[in-house]
Design a binder for this molecule. Structure first.
Ligand code: BTN
Length: 306
């Protein structure tokens, strides 16, 4: 403390206050009598300053304790001042939203984030954004833990060992002719156990912690955002999503396996062939090839629909 106060040029009392603030954020700073302060380097803290220190972009990050849904608050922020790439995170959500108006359980330890994007594209052309988000998360998990093998379940769930570790809900605000902004909601089950959640999720979902994937949450989400912005930049500049589709194809779950496609009016069973260049899913059924624009993939495994 004494040394820090001299080097930084602030009082010993001020150092004590900063240490207290760091502890309040979750950093494990120990004080040994006569031995000074020790920072536990494995502290897994989700903090805006820390995320910015890992980020390549200057766009703001806000980390809040709890909100109903980061997608709702991010929209209000986008209506106000948020720039392209700004990201809002909450430690818990009381009314987290999933696809198809499902509830998304958002306990402490997860990374519940919404990133605002302002691409200059027509509303009909936004399909690659959602694929890009799944690619960005997959890349970031691998960057932070090379032993992990995340795969993407069409259209945009990320799985580890066959179970869902991340869900993505992209919302669009604009009119028929123009996108005003997009809110890309990304929920990553990180530092908690799936046993803490209610319902069937035990069989269908997992967390990074349960898969023994050690990560620093602030670094992981900083990388997710950087990856997403880089993918979006290339897409808007080149008007091509081939870089997104190429990575997606290489990391696709259930390829060449039998799957059931639901939610597209009727259920279709077939072998998953892959995706086309516009993100459409291609399956081979008894009657030939079928292309599916929207819907969900499910499989039956151990008597559970996943
Ligand atoms: C899904 O159903 O798979 C999508 C889940 C998306 C959850 C994330 S968590 C952060 C953001 N805020 C929300 O309310 N939902 C998304």
């Amino acid at each position: 403390g004494e040394l820090m106060s001299r080097v930084i040029g602030i009082s010993r009392v001020a150092i004590g206050k900063h240490i207290k603030a760091l502890r309040a954020q979750g950093f494990d700073v120990y004080a040994k009598p006569g031995g000074g302060y020790t920072l536990d380097t494995v502290s897994d803290v989700l903090g805006d300053g820390l995320i910015m220190s890992y980020s390549k972009t200057d766009a703001d990050v806000i980390v809040l304790e709890t909100v109903k849904s980061t997608n709702i608050d991010a929209k209000a922020w986008a209506e106000d001042a948020a720039v392209h790439g700004a990201m809002m995170i909450a430690k818990t959500q009381s009314a987290g939203r999933g696809r198809k108006a499902r509830h998304w359980q958002s306990v402490d330890g997860g990374i519940w984030s919404s990133t605002i994007l302002r691409p200059t594209v027509a509303p009909n052309d936004i399909q690659p954004v959602t694929l890009a988000a799944a690619v960005a998360v997959t890349q970031a998990i691998k960057q932070n833990n090379p032993d992990a093998h995340p795969l993407i379940k069409w259209p945009n769930d990320v799985l580890i060992n066959g179970k869902k570790v991340c869900g993505i809900l992209t919302e669009f605000v604009g009119d028929m002719d123009a996108v005003r902004y997009l809110v890309v909601g990304i929920g990553i089950n990180a530092a908690f156990s799936i046993k803490d959640l209610e319902g069937e999720l035990l069989y269908t979902a997992t967390t990074l912690q349960d898969e023994n994937i050690d990560i620093n949450r602030s670094k992981l989400i900083a990388d997710v955002r950087d990856n997403l912005l880089a993918l979006i930049d290339i897409w808007t500049e080149t008007k091509s999503a081939s870089h997104i589709i190429q990575y997606y194809k290489q990391h696709m779950a259930y390829k060449d396996e039998e799957v059931i496609i639901t939610g597209a009016g009727h259920d279709t069973t077939g072998i998953l062939v892959g995706i086309l260049d516009d993100g459409t899913l291609k399956i081979q059924t008894d009657d030939g090839f079928e292309e599916v624009i929207s819907g969900e993939i499910s499989m039956r495994r151990n008597n559970h629909e996943i």
